[in-house]
Design a protein around this ligand. Structure first.
Ligand code: URP
Ligand code: ZN
Ligand code: ZN
Length: 485
């Protein structure tokens, strides 16, 4: 057989095996794995390198206005380029509905932002902030198009849809096999804390970290899980940042709840002390949920290692430290008026590899699961996330020996800072391929704007998760009546 490309001499890593093999690629797909493959119009020498499924970044904000109208610094070109330099061959940013917008308009807007610009394959999770009956009626159409995950917020006044809104969305999602993602923080607790701090003039960036208590996350995760269980719908908790939150996820998974979760590198790498940097430097570290402490970092690593989290995602939410971003409301704005979020799409995988694999906290197989294969399975990217015949040739070739000190220019994004500046990283992605096209090779971008394609996704696979049966829906069994509520 003739191959377009053969990657030879490398060590292939899957979630369960690590073995020496050549990889044969034709028409953008992996077609062969063997000890030795001859030929190939292009032969890529991967001697001494790891051949991994390309990363799938499943939580990032690209060309997206925040709830208060601040546009991210990265568009689909710079965001996808930065993702690719960080070892990703596919990403799934959000298409965000703001109140009053129809879903058709939202999707058309993001298609216009993504299609001409992305250098890697992409899909969207739909953010729903206004679940009116008309919007709920539009959701099946979105699902048909292959957008099979909907995200909701329990916080931020302009995004929070309330418990009833969540139940409506979970119910529609369940009937289509869609996955509901949730940002879980108790909005009233946060607002109450904000009022207390404002009353005493405590408005510097560091108070952001205290204004969003660990209990606000724990309470909201518990509530989100209860809402999902009531209707037995699948739920994905994004950016878990607390011991208590992770423990709820763990307990519910053991009980068979249809539950998935992620954490993010910033909760492993940084603490609330970073918000107390001199002047307004702390504003660069404002994100929600906020950074916590060293003890929490250790606990989150334990949960990463033991399978509580499907993925480690970046939550790349890039707002520059200038008047276009963090300081849109002035350089000395009080913390509630500073844009929430930090960049990190290029650092997610190098950080996870370096602190995880190189330091012996996780295995290479864990790395593949957390960076790619679990996201493919959970979010319905059925041809991605594996090095196996029939799958897209989405591949990242890593040099496990390369060491780097993090700088802003190696992010390749539109940002003016990186929160990972100066960190020592062991292991780096040298070549990234998407459907057989080289996107990044030896520090050079090889792809063009618009080369990435929209990927229609499949329904969520809840596999062998038994789920939960609320007796209150079993009306016939309770009272001998056949009517369902
Ligand atoms: O602070 C963050 N994470 N900003 C992005 C929006 C969100 O909450 O996910
Ligand atoms: Zn969030
Ligand atoms: Zn986010």
């Amino acid at each position: 057989m003739q191959y377009d490309t053969v990657i030879h001499g490398g060590t292939v890593v899957t979630p369960h095996e690590t073995f020496k093999a050549d990889v044969g690629i034709s028409d953008g797909r992996i077609v062969a794995l063997a000890e030795h493959l001859p030929g190939g119009e292009r032969r890529i020498d991967a001697g001494g390198r790891l051949v991994l499924p390309g990363g799938i970044e499943a939580h990032c904000h690209i060309a997206q206005e925040s709830s208060s109208g601040v546009m991210t610094a990265d568009d689909y070109y710079s965001g996808s380029v930065s993702a690719a330099f960080g070892g990703n061959s596919c990403f799934v940013p959000f298409a965000a509905q703001h109140r009053g917008q129809s879903i058709a308009d939202v999707i058309a807007t993001y298609d216009g932002r993504a299609a001409p610009n992305s250098v890697i394959d992409y899909s969207y999770h739909l953010i729903i902030s206004d679940p009116t009956p008309a919007v709920l009626e539009e959701l099946p159409g979105v699902f048909q198009r292959g957008i099979t995950s909907f995200k909701v917020f329990m916080t931020y006044d302009l995004m929070n849809i309330g418990d009833g809104g969540m139940l409506d969305i979970l119910t529609v999602a369940k009937s289509h096999g869609a996955l509901t993602m949730v940002h879980a923080e108790n909005n009233e607790m946060v607002k109450w804390m904000n009022r207390r701090f404002a009353a005493t003039g405590l408005t510097a960036p560091k108070y952001h970290a205290l204004s969003r208590p660990e209990l606000a996350e724990e309470e909201a995760i518990n509530r989100a899980v209860s809402l999902a269980k009531l209707v037995d719908a699948a739920l994905f908790i994004v950016h878990v940042s607390t011991r208590g939150g992770a423990e709820i996820v763990r307990r519910e998974k053991l009980a068979g709840t249809k539950l998935f979760a992620e954490t993010c590198p910033q909760y492993l790498a940084l603490t609330r002390a970073d918000l107390d940097r001199p002047g307004m430097e702390g504003a660069k570290y404002i994100c929600s949920p906020p950074l916590r402490d060293h003890a929490t970092q250790e606990v989150l690593w334990q949960h990463i290692r033991s399978g509580t989290f499907e993925s480690v995602s970046s939550d790349h939410a890039p707002y520059r430290a200038d008047a276009t971003g963090k300081f849109l409301n002035g350089r000395d704005a009080p913390y509630p008026k500073i844009a929430n979020g930090m960049p990190g799409i290029a650092m997610r995988l190098p950080y996870l590899f370096s602190e995880g694999v190189a330091k012996g906290r996780i295995t290479l197989g864990d790395f593949v699961r957390l960076s790619s294969s679990n996201a493919a399975r959970v979010f319905g990217l059925d041809r991605k996330g594996a090095i196996a015949p029939g799958f897209d040739a989405d591949i990242a070739i890593w040099n496990p020996e390369e060491t780097r000190t993090v700088t802003l220019d190696m992010q390749h994004d539109n940002m003016d800072y990186t929160p990972f500046e100066g960190m020592e990283i062991n292991g780096w992605p040298e070549l990234v391929m998407n459907r057989g096209r080289i996107v990044v090779e030896k520090g050079m971008l090889k792809a063009n704007a618009g080369d990435g394609r929209f990927v229609a996704r499949k329904p969520v696979d809840t596999g062998a998760m038994p789920g939960y049966r609320a007796v209150e829906f079993e009306i016939a069994a309770q009272f001998g009546q056949e009517v369902a509520p």
